[in-house]
Design a binder for this molecule. Sequence first.
Ligand code: M7Y
Ligand code: ZN
Length: 416
Amino acid sequence: SVDVKGDCAKKLWDQQKKGVDYNVYSRVDPEVKNHGELRVGYVYSKELIDACNDLPRIAGRAGVVHSLIETLGLLADVITISPRKGKEEEIQRFHSTDFIEFLHRINSVSDEEKVNTEEAELYGLSYDCPVQEGIYDCAALVAGATLTAAEALCEGICDVAINWCGGWHHAQRSSASGFCYINDIVLGILKLRETFSRIVYVDLDLHHGDGVEDAFSTTPHVLTLSLHKYSPGFFPGTGAASDVGLRRGKFYSVNIPLMDGIRDAQYYAVFKRVMSSVCTVYQPQAIVCQCGADGLAGDPMGAFNLTEVSYSDCLHHILDLKLPTLVLGGGGYSYSNTARCWAHLTAVAVGRKLPQEVPDHRYYMDYSPDFEMNIQAGNRPDLNKDEELMDICSRVAGDSELLSHLLKNDAVHMVS
Ligand SMILES: CC1(C)CN(C2CCCC2)C(=O)N1c1ccccc1/C=C/C(=O)NO
Ligand SMILES: [Zn+2]
């Protein structure tokens, strides 16, 4: 059973004041900026974690993330929701039948040789998206978890719904890409569209959220906003500031291209400026946020210098909108830093303060040598110039003016 946050926090605080020392890792401190009244759904099951633990490029990551969140006692503050598997007809709402059929076929193949290569190439299967036994089953479980989270928001079971196993933003309608096979985010947004008419998708991953942007580039009902590294030869190569969407979706795709080395303060300043102007004009009814953690200092991608602070500030800003919010994972290749970051974001959602030290648990040694919960900012040179970033922001804000003009003249699309 889950205490209502207020009671839990108050009871714990009263106990602590009375000197009863609760054996909790995190001090519940009412001073912490508290989204206390938010009900937070946390989607997970042993089956989902086990399946994601077997994914080749992030083998074991799901378990490290969940174990830290569990050890920090955060499950006591959330509504845990067991996910269902995505049904074939749901997955077909975005992906083509032939692609799904192909994924089914390679799902049961044990050795790669049997797969005919040019067909695999056609569907995006390559080094980055290896043929993997059981890949369909795993991807369908992940998609089902994101759909379960979206349904919980539509039914008002919770205000925030988290699926750290989701966030596979590169998958396209008929091809895998960038290690993403089924685009759980697109499926989750289509589910939210059954209830909400205007949805903002925020992509904080190091990489451009191309699969989600492409899925909704011609519609004004989903505004996609992606902040990402944009430089020659860097995957996926899309997401220039000039990429604003097409036809009826023009100005409803927003891209903030960034250079290596960006740090927390600058990143959050850009996010806040763009997100504020977009939301003021667009008036979204729900938010989806992909929190890919490969922008963190210390990630093997070695690009940005972010810590959990800017990710937390962005999520605080989003939660302050008091809208149904779907929170998803994504990239993140330093497992300890990814776990630190997503544990902090879970704590932000439930309004808990975390301890300085990583608590002892099964994966404690992954957090050496510091064993601290905070991530140290890197010192890679910052190639971003303030005036360039401000210029991009004001252009987007300018587009927001255009967007507001469109909204006034486009009432048909924005019927609430
Ligand atoms: C195969 C992995 C996913 C892993 N990886 C690194 C991390 C550390 C050692 C290898 C990559 O660069 N990858 C990729 C390879 C080709 C295309 C895309 C990606 C990553 C996409 C992504 O994160 N989107 O959000
Ligand atoms: Zn990424």
